[in-house]
Design a binder for this molecule. Sequence first.
Ligand code: GDR
Length: 345
Amino acid sequence: MPRALITGITGQDGMYLAELLSGKGYEVFGLVRGQNNPRAQLVAEAVPSSRLLSGDLRDLPSLVGALDIARPDEVYNLGAISFVGMSWRQAELTSEITGLGVLRILEALRIHTQGDMSKVRFYQASSSEMFGKVREVPQNESTPFHPRSPYGIAKAFGHYITVNYRESYGAYACSGILFNHESPRRGQEFVTRKVTRGAARIALGLQDTLFLGNIDAYRDWGYAGDYVEAMWLMLQQDEPGDYVIATGETHTVRDLLDIAFHRVGIEAWERHVRQEPRLFRPAEVDLLVGDSSRAREELGWKPRGNFRDLIEMMVDADLADLARHPHDPASAGRTSDWEDPRWAR
Ligand code: GDR
């Protein structure tokens, strides 16, 4: 039975990956941060056979300990502070976890394998945010990076340190440069889920207005369930490498609004949406669209479904969820603290 350790198992991707691997017969271990992490229960429900180990990407001994217990064949490093908007507010913490955390888990692996880093396969969750300011369209594995947020900069460090451990120590280490990927499990701070949740709440009369930032940004949005499959495929190749994972289609936040509001029977979303300067980012990534030819050719990977299906699925899931839990505090549509205008100074 192959064994895998997933950092960030409590996040959207961690949960889909845990389900995928356990369905393939893996023994799945997950690293969980903090005492009594409330999201651990969600993982236990989704993948009852998974085993959760305490550890933190800020704490090297805990990482070595988790590796010694899990004795994995594959390690997937998905743990990060992943919300770009927040990374300006907590730039140091983002660098510490999203950036230096990658070095720590690689170093823990070097200790655990006693230097033979080819023995355990390693996946690093790199991001299209590393491309940042548009240099070329579409973006592929050789497009230069120009990150525009502390998050993107931390991810660029993680990417390069992964490449460096491959080149320095012969690590079997892959970096997946994933473009945006969404699902009903997406956190409500991200724009797709904020919009699908907001449209559903407005249609049900639970909310009247949705506050957004820049709705002219273009993103290449795919389905998270497809993207975790690409992570696994990368680690099944003879040689490790870096791959862009994307749909190749790009849409604006406006397109997202069109589809989500249409799904709930509202055509004039403009009446319900207000753009607020406090929700604009200090530096924006205007246009992302990925060229995943390498993954398609070498891994045989391709995305299923399209953008409209994805957004409609998310709206339907939010409507169903709100019908079950209309008073769920997590769905109260409150302004989160990162949106507080005092941060904008
Ligand atoms: P992103 O995702 O930053 O691309 O990173 P997000 O959904 O947060 O933003 C996408 C675009 O929407 C614009 N936007 C808003 N975004 C949010 N969150 N809230 C708003 O109110 C809002 N209004 C407009 C943003 O400015 C941006 O242009 C995601 C994350 O999952 C990263 O961890 C991952 O690495 C990349 O995708 C690939």
